[in-house]
Ligand binder design. Structure first.
Ligand code: NOJ
Ligand code: CA
Length: 712
């Protein structure tokens, strides 16, 4: 009798589970529909439709634990909860002044059918332009501390999409992009052909990094990334080139673990952004919306700015970071012997301060100002750099006073050479030094292997280190720009003093590597910039013959360098070239002087990854608009309608265009500048040279300016 009863109860339970399988739990918002299912083994799965068509096929979900039962099967749904949100919020700085956060949320409460009865929630947020989901682990008796060994999450693609990718790597994203079908992804050639300066490790030759940008044969654009990456390692994607399935592949720490969790806790969000318009991928706010609001209450000290720096001259071999040469580091009296090429010397720094002050550029960065540069690269030990000891020819007191008198702020540089634990010990001292000498921001760097434990740049320990540095900087009212960190995931919303980071292949590769291909900047906004701003260092106007190294040049026209200030979003933008080159091209430099760094509004006029992007932005608190257009290696004609301007208002538009004979390779520094009266009905015809661009500044005028003709 007991047996029969147990049998009936089991059948009833099974029925419940079967019923759950048959009827997916769904949530939708306009064209985007999400379905959650459990398969017969109690394995969580999801799929996504867009405009009634399958976008992400049935894909598995779950987490595997080190030396423990995995949280990826044997589940039942014990409850679901729903929530609708439609709110607006204002970022401290950004591409727009107000952001709408509009989603349908469904939380699936799962319980494992074993004697531990572990609980795991999967939270889905469905937006108009995609889906975010994450795993949450409530407080429970049988899951307290646990170690993540793998994440089961899949993204099953429905076709062999065109994909813009860089190879999986645990330590760097400073790669050129490859454009292939999903089925053709294979890292081997790319890894060998890369000239990156950081350490490369990732055994999986079929792993790629996110943000991963794809285009379907039907013209849909799909972007996969993550949001709010804290206390977890970065997600690479393993590509199954046969089944076209992508699977989460987490970056291990020094001992091979992926994350150390303590319930209540959660993973970062996994994001799928989708649109039939490429421009809408660029304006998606899903990643920012999935991050927490600012944890910094008083943000009045956080200020976007442009800056120049004693930097490109070192990158191009004109001067050195080091004060002395390695071979004669210490003289008879124990002093460093100068090498006479040291860039960070007081008169040279004052020259940059004068230049910044004269041209309304707020900041001056100086690299190579401190002890340690004689023997740092590849010298993997702690205490290589001092963060408080200037070289003998860098008079920090005099420089501080000089900068203050000229209305300029100095930007600190802390290269840690991967010595992150040591940097944590020294951070308070370093930030106190910055406060004492009036530095309001710092560029940090993590070149090389992370010591002492051999963590990876993108592993959980370093992920938390970057956040700790930003939190510590906030205590001292310091803004931060990190080089060689993990790629951003929207945390700048939570820590608005996290102005930018590198985590990608910037302009500097044109100085020391194979360079960036002309298509590079038409891909970057769809990939690296999806998570947040980059210190790309645009504005190299002397694009040829600038370095001591042979066969180096910037792979754009001069004008395209101007356009990057609009196309590549960052609240801090370097005017990276040397003052003497800006003086040579003073009329073109005017655009860099004028262009905004913080915006009320952003419009993508046209965009196609790998081919072209034209962006218009309205400067915060003014009626000034700036337009930037970039193209790949192909020249093109395009029309930019100015219909975003206020109706009835007249404006003066200054158009910085490639010269008729311009070409990124053969004649990159050919340009012409013209000015016209324009209004909201004007359509500007732009002719972009191969590897070229266009930049337009548009300012309202209320009087007729003599000699200015209406644009026809
Ligand atoms: C690499 C950074 O990307 C670059 O900007 C910096 O000058 C060097 N490291 C030295 O810190
Ligand atoms: Ca770098």
């Amino acid at each position: 009798m007991k047996k029969i009863l147990t049998c009936i109860i089991s059948l009833l339970l099974l029925n419940r589970v079967m019923a759950q399988q048959a009827t997916p739990i769904s949530a939708s918002m306009n064209k985007v529909k999400l379905d959650f299912m459990l398969d017969a083994g109690g394995r969580p799965e999801y799929k996504v439709d867009y405009a009634g068509k399958l976008l992400i096929n049935v894909s598995r979900l779950g987490i595997k634990l080190a030396n423990d039962i995995s949280l990826d099967s044997n589940f039942v749904v014990i409850n679901t909860e729903r929530k609708s949100v439609d709110e607006n919020w204002k970022p401290v700085w950004g591409e727009v002044s107000t952001i709408r956060n509009h989603y349908e949320q469904v939380t699936i409460h799962l319980k494992q059918k074993n004697n531990l009865g572990r609980l795991m929630d999967i939270v889905f947020r469905v937006f108009e332009d995609g889906v975010g989901f994450r795993y949450e682990f409530p407080v429970q008796p049988n899951l307290k501390y646990f170690i993540v060994s793998d994440e089961v999450t899949e993204f099953a693609l429905t076709g062999d999409h065109k994909t813009f990718w860089i190879p999986g790597d645990y330590d760097t994203n400073e790669y050129p992009y490859s454009t292939t079908k999903i089925s053709e992804i294979d890292n081997r050639s790319v890894v060998n052909g890369s000239d990156d300066i950081a350490v490369k490790v990732c055994p999986d030759k079929y792993a790629v990094q996110t943000p991963l940008m794809m285009k379907t044969a039907d013209g849909l654009y799909i972007n996969i990334h993550e949001a709010a990456l804290v206390n977890y390692s970065a997600m690479l994607l393993h590509v199954d080139t046969k089944t076209l399935k992508l699977k989460a592949s987490l970056v291990p720490d020094a001992v091979g673990n992926m994350a150390y969790m303590h319930a209540a806790c959660h993973t970062p969000w996994r994001t799928i952004i989708v649109s039939n318009k490429a421009g809408e991928i660029l304006t998606s706010k899903i990643i920012l919306n999935l991050n927490d609001p600012s944890k910094i209450e008083n943000t009045s000290w956080i200020k976007p700015m442009k800056f120049v720096g004693v930097w490109w001259e070192m990158q191009t071999g004109k001067s050195t970071w080091n004060y002395s040469n390695r071979s004669d580091t210490v003289g008879a009296d124990g002093q460093l012997i100068p090498n006479h090429k040291h860039g960070g010397n007081t008169p040279n720094v004052e020259r940059y301060i004068d230049f910044a002050s004269k041209n309304g550029i707020k900041g001056v960065l100086v690299e190579g100002w401190n002890y340690g540069w004689e023997n740092w690269f590849g010298n993997w030990q702690e205490n290589v750099f001092s963060f408080v000891t200037p070289y003998p020819d860098f008079d920090v007191t005099a420089i501080t006073q000089y900068a203050k008198a000229k209305g300029v702020v100095m930007i600190m540089h802390n290269e840690t050479s991967g010595s992150a634990t040591d940097y944590e010990r020294q951070m308070d001292t370093a930030f106190r030094f910055m406060n004492k000498y009036g530095y309001t921001s710092v560029k940090t760097g993590y070149v090389g292997k992370i010591i002492p434990r051999g963590e990876h740049h993108d592993g959980a320990w370093m992920v938390n280190h970057y956040v700790r540095a930003v939190q510590k900087a906030a205590e001292y009212h310091i803004m931060i720009d990190e080089h060689e960190p993990v790629r951003p995931t929207g945390l700048q919303r939570t820590y608005p003093n996290w102005m930018a980071c590198e985590a990608g292949r910037g302009n500097e590769y044109n100085a020391f590597g194979h360079g960036d291909k002309p298509e590079h900047e038409t891909i970057m906004p769809f990939t690296r910039f999806m998570g947040g701003p980059m210190d790309f260092t645009p504005g190299i106007l002397k694009v040829k013959d600038f370095t001591v190294l042979p066969n180096k040049q910037v792979h754009t026209t001069l004008v395209k360098q101007l356009a990057l200030y609009v196309v590549l979003y960052s609240p801090i933008q370097m005017a990276a070239d040397l003052p003497e080159n800006y003086e040579k091209y003073a009329d073109a430099f005017q655009f860099i002087k004028d262009v905004g760094v913080d915006w009320d509004d952003t419009k993508i006029i046209q965009a196609e990854p790998g081919e072209y992007i034209t962006t218009a932005r309205k400067e915060k608190g003014t009626e000034n608009w700036f337009v930037g257009a970039v193209t790949n290696q192909d020249g093109r004609d395009e029309i930019a309608p100015l219909d975003f301007l206020n109706k009835g208002q007249k404006y003066i538009a200054t158009i910085y265009a490639d010269g008729d004979d311009a070409d990124w390779d053969k004649n990159p520094e050919s340009y012409k500048i013209t000015s016209y009266l324009v209004d909201a009905n004007t359509k500007i015809k732009l002719k972009l040279a191969p590897g070229g661009g266009a930049a337009i500044s548009i300012k309202p005028v209320n009087i007729d300016i003599k000699g200015l003709t209406k644009y026809k």
